[in-house]
Design a protein around this ligand. Sequence first.
Ligand SMILES: *[C@@H]1O[C@H](CO)[C@@H](O)[C@H](O)[C@H]1NC(C)=O
Length: 398
Amino acid sequence: MSLLKTLLVLVALATPPSAFGAVKVNKTQSAKVWAHLMPWFETKDTSEDGTWGIHWTMANRNPDNFIDGSGRRDIATHYYPQDDVYGSGDLAVIERQLNQMKYAGIDGILLDWPGTLPVWDYPKNKANCEAIISQLERMGLEFAIVYEDHNIQMAADAGFIDHSAKIPTAQADMRYMQENYFNLPSYIHQDGRPLLLDFGPQTFRSPQDWEQIFSVLNPRPVFFTLWEQMNEAAGNSAGEYAWLYVSFMLGLNNFYLYNPSPQKIGVVYPGFHTFYQDGGWPGPTWNIPHNGVDSFRQTLELALQHGHPIQIATWNDYGEGTMIEPTREFGNGFLDMLQQTLVPQYSSTGVFDTISELYKMRVKYASQKGVQAVLDEVSDALANLEPERAAEILKTIQ
Ligand SMILES: *[C@@H]1O[C@H](CO)[C@@H](O)[C@H](O)[C@H]1NC(C)=O
């Protein structure tokens, strides 16, 4: 066989026709629900230099140490991931997270994206983003980028780039997104234009800045700033998104009722309890109590009443205590509530246990190809919205 033919056969084998995947759940609500995802966690196995990523350590934690008899590592958070610490680019982790989202009725992710500058952990975080993005279409999930314009300011302040290069750097980021993300079937569009959020702006705070930055894009994005900031991109901003704030329900009510921006993205969150002080990092220390899953319930009910797209803040910001990903403290509580609200048809399937079990098996039998092939079938069944069949297949290897 010619080399070309061999390659074609290999590609055909490696890429099963998508009889699987792209099967979307039927939700009880028409509002889009997206989860804000952080791509910045690393274990010693997933990082490039064999050290723990800074988001598990902050300034002073050492995850090599176990702090009680329960297998809990010393990590920079008040909450502990139910399936333990992880690296964001690990495909088994991504499979678990995307399945959990899908079966909670989440439509996709708003991905915290570091930009293209080759400094600090940005390149690894970007690679993690792309590992996540590569799995979305198969899962029938969608995504948009949350741009971090502040990253460019920090790089300039640290001397990695000249201050005069900030706008060209942002333009390069835009071109990169246009060429690599906006054209994907999984990217979220509105009227043919890509959705783009900015966490701020914090660096580019005048309409002229954004006019220059977006001049390299065609079409221009449907651009959302944080609440109270769309004027900083006037002429190029479509609306605002709400975020966490100490005013909690009062601030959210004001946003939904009185904020004049033409389009809004609501926010749903479980509470706010940062680790910054204990972890030796700067950052806010105010608190919104979780009260079990009650703060989450309140913000979810309010957001659904108003019918805007919803951003869940967040999937996994452990440092700020805003994660809805399963933890020892809350179990599947937040996901169960979403599931009961959005996709109740799955609430008696035990699917979150199946997903967690699949993940444990992926880790336990990481080096056994035969077992992994069976687990791939479990994964396909989950992607294809057959949770009972997934559980049946899983039983064959227990
Ligand atoms: C969603 O609902 C439609 C209409 O009832 C149905 O045809 C379709 O099969 C459902 N899809 C799933 C994945 O349940």
